[in-house]
Design a protein around this ligand. Structure first.
Ligand code: AMP
Ligand code: MG
Length: 487
């Protein structure tokens, strides 16, 4: 276990030089204080969890102090936002403080979001508010606990610093961790600004540090792109299987590592709704729940375009062709497991589709349905769940097919079925209204609800005593909360 001053830095991205990022110091928050810390994330840095309670922790992650070996940098990138190209974005309010490596030899970027203005702030104030910082913290740690690749969050630091959004709020910082903060938009920036040398350096950097196994392949860059395609297909299959809606899948928010990245107006589905749009500024529904699948491919095509200096167009097209079949295979595999199936049959896709259509028509809670389906034998479970459906004949027909399918799958005891299904069907997810409750309390200075929610969501598959209120459908007020893009 390490103390805070024992972290070891190795700032590989900073060493790429000034064409890639700019040195900027964090702008401290007034009266910084710990809102919440993730022990699991601290463990990735070998940090003793007790250090979160020390004043220096809030000073470091509230922008007041820096390690001597930290090299705070704002990264430059660009990206396609809602389908249109924005030539220059960059870290407008976040700083890569440096890269820390742990005792296992893993490197972790420490990125302080909300750290003040940078040369890339454009019209923004460089700040992040408490509300959005808590949402990012809870979501990244909750996704990780669900087994969905994501950037991580070490802590949220609150403050007295006033920040103006639709109304006056308080500034906060979230310390984000990832093996890399390189986005699709980094490659787009050097491609569209016609800087082939820097682009080659960036590609080399990503290949060496993050896809070293691809070096062994005859065409390393192509192998790397293929791997990025695969990881994205797997990631988005998980989002779809678990009802996660990212909300702003611009290419500057897509990680080169295929992890969930840059949290804004995201939401988990309550009722199943394929057309759900979580970002209320997304008027056309470009990033609606079901559109995440084709948008994943669109974003990969944008990256492919930026990689044309390194890889032939034909090879890129072929690699892009892997996306949909891989997505489908991964998604179906996950949905089979959610249904408690251990074997594959040709008609399973239809079984899933028919169920989702019924859920859509009846507004059935997506998370609780699967959890309850595993509570008992298939026959008993469908009898109990029937009440949630409006189209009873439709549901009965599906239930008959499902029971027959389960019978063909094998004769497992109820205990085994429950254990297997509950291990993949969470009881607790980050519902918007739960986040909202925790945020409201935090905004009035009570951080206990954020901490409790974080705790509950860190073991989403395990029933936790006394936590029933976190496993309920939203109350009426919490059903269709509009989450603004402002953060
Ligand atoms: P996002 O929508 O958070 O992915 O941000 C898109 C771009 O706007 C990125 O370049 C951000 O750094 C920048 N940005 C967002 N909010 C702010 C802010 N409050 N101040 C400065 N830049 C910001
Ligand atoms: Mg972003």
């Amino acid at each position: 276990m390490k103390a805070l001053d024992e972290l070891t830095f190795d700032n590989r991205f900073a060493r790429l030089g000034d064409a890639f990022s700019t040195h900027v110091l964090p702008e401290p928050l007034d009266a910084p204080r710990l809102v919440v810390a993730s022990e699991a994330a601290m463990a990735l840095l070998d940090l003793d969890p007790a250090v979160a309670q020390t004043p220096v922790f809030a000073e470091l992650f509230g922008g007041h102090k820096l390690w001597a070996e930290a090299e705070p940098r704002a990264m430059v990138y660009s990206g396609h936002q809602f389908g249109g190209y924005t030539p220059q974005l960059g870290d407008g309010r976040g700083l890569l403080l440096g890269e820390v490596y742990n005792e296992a030899g893993e490197h972790w970027d420490l990125h302080l979001k909300g750290a003040g203005m940078t040369p890339y702030s454009r019209m923004g104030d460089g700040r992040a508010v408490l509300r959005s910082s808590i949402r990012e913290f809870l979501a990244s740690e909750a996704l990780h606990a669900l087994g969905i690749p994501s950037s991580r969050a070490l802590c949220v630091i609150g403050s007295d610093t006033p920040v103006w959004r639709e109304k006056q709020e308080r500034g906060a910082m979230v310390l984000r961790m990832a093996h890399s903060h390189i986005r699709f938009g980094h490659f787009e920036y050097f491609y569209y600004t016609k800087k082939p040398e820097q682009q080659a350096l960036l590609a080399e950097h990503v290949l060496n540090l993050h896809y070293p196994e691809c070096r062994e392949q005859p065409e390393p860059y192509l192998a790397m792109f293929r791997e990025i395609v695969e990881r994205n297909a797997e990631l988005i299959a998980k989002w779809q299987a678990y009802g996660f809606c990212h909300g702003v899948m611009n290419t500057d928010n897509m990680s080169i590592l295929g992890i969930t990245f840059d949290f804004g107006p995201f939401a988990f589905l309550d009722d199943f709704d394929a057309h759900f749009i979580c970002n209320h500024s997304d008027h056309e529904g470009r990033y609606s729940f079901s559109n995440q699948v084709p948008i994943g491919q669109w974003n990969l095509s944008a990256l492919a375009q930026a990689l044309t200096p390194f890889i032939s167009v034909d090879a890129l097209k072929e690699a892009l062709g892997l996306y949909l079949p891989l997505y489908q295979a991964n998604y179906l595999d996950l949905m089979r497991r959610r249904l408690g199936l251990t074997t594959a049959e040709d008609d399973d896709q239809h079984l899933v589709e028919r169920l989702l259509k019924l859920m859509q028509n009846s507004g059935v809670d997506y998370t609780l349905f699967f959890r309850r389906l595993g509570d008992e034998s298939a026959a008993l479970a469908v009898t109990r769940l029937r009440d949630d459906f409006v189209d009873l004949a439709g549901f009965d027909a599906w239930a008959e097919q499902y029971k027959a399918r389960v019978a063909r799958d094998g004769d497992y005891g109820e205990e085994q079925r429950r254990a297997r299904m509950h291990a993949v069907n969470p009881l607790y997810i980050l519902r918007n209204y739960l986040a909202q409750n925790a945020i409201a309390a935090a905004e009035s200075g009570d951080y206990s609800e954020v901490r409790r929610l974080h705790e509950v969501l860190s073991r989403p598959f395990e029933e936790q005593a006394g936590m029933e209120q976190y496993a309920q459908r939203p109350p009426d007020w919490g059903k269709h909360l509009e989450i603004s893009c402002s953060s």
